[in-house]
Design a protein around this ligand. Structure first.
Ligand code: FES
Length: 282
């Protein structure tokens, strides 16, 4: 019954829902009651709200992803402010002395002796380039004495980064090659047809351990960083105290990107990967 159909004595105006009957003249919030009650849902508004909700979730997810990605690509903030003095320990944990290196390692040593310095994720080769017979190096007695920054009796003990300067392949993919492993030789400042080198099996880069780890073949164009060693005159113990050359590959700064090795660093003995493939710069 519509209000206009109701006679003057009619005490009520009947609404569309009997439950909503109300006396004539009584104030009601009619508009709101009808909106809640008539089931006439605005689908357009509902869809817009759904889209906004979905957009919010996607935005939150994307924000989380971007935040997570940024957190991932941000370089670690850990590091040190200067190069530490780090005593080297042999694979058995004992102090590594010059006498031990000179008696046990030579230019013919095939296994890799690796120590971390100055950070825990920066491995380095320890090499003794002196001929195994202890005699003067020559074309017929391969080896090197008086190597730049070399220590020991004949300044033949050196250390270089064991992370390739091309794309960062670490040891044992980059490895020292003693004479005879590959037939390849190089004319170097040290000797003609030098048969020993550091070589990376990832893409063929080669470095000269007798001459500051300079490039013999690419694709790497930078030498390997060199760790500087010193000998304690009283004990003969070997220590690392600095690093020169380019930044260790994969680090924005050689001193940043992991925690310090601390006051000692122990050698690890690794089996090399040898592959006689040489890059284009020979
Ligand atoms: S990473 Fe060593 S040659 Fe490419």
């Amino acid at each position: 019954m519509r209000p206009e159909d109701c006679p003057g004595s009619c005490p009520f105006v009947q609404a569309r829902d009997p439950a909503l009957d109300f006396p004539v003249g009584q104030l009601r919030r009619v508009a709101r009651v009808e909106a809640e009650d008539d089931g006439d849902v605005d689908e357009t508004k509902r869809n817009v709200l759904k889209l906004l909700a979905v957009a919010g979730l996607v935005g939150a997810g994307a924000g989380g992803l971007v935040g997570g990605t940024l957190q991932y690509v941000q370089p670690p903030t850990v590091g040190i402010s200067s190069f530490p003095l780090t005593q080297l320990l042999d694979v058995d944990g004992a102090a590594l002395t010059v006498d031990k290196v000179e008696s046990e390692y030579s230019v013919d040593t095939e296994n890799l002796y690796i120590f971390n310095y100055p950070l825990r994720n920066e491995p380095n080769f320890l090499l003794n380039l002196s001929p195994s017979n202890g005699e003067q190096p020559s074309a017929s007695n391969p080896g090197a004495w008086n190597v730049p920054y070399g220590v020991g009796t004949n300044k033949s003990i050196v250390a270089y980064s064991a992370i390739c300067q091309h794309l960062g392949c670490p040891a044992p993919a980059i490895a020292y090659y003693p004479p005879g492993v590959c037939s390849q030789t190089f004319n170097t400042p040290n000797m003609p047809s030098q048969p020993f080198y550091i070589h990376c099996s990832c893409h063929g880069s080669t470095y000269d351990p007798a001459n500051s780890a300079n490039n013999l073949t690419g694709p790497a164009v930078l030498p390997l960083p060199q760790v500087l060693l010193q000998v304690d005159e009283a004990t003969g113990n070997l220590s690392a105290y600095n690093e020169i050359g380019p930044t260790v590959n994969g680090h924005l700064n050689t001193l940043q990107g992991d925690y310090s090795v601390g006051s000692t660093s122990q050698l690890a003995n690794e089996t090399p990967i040898h592959l006689c493939f040489f890059g284009p710069l020979s």
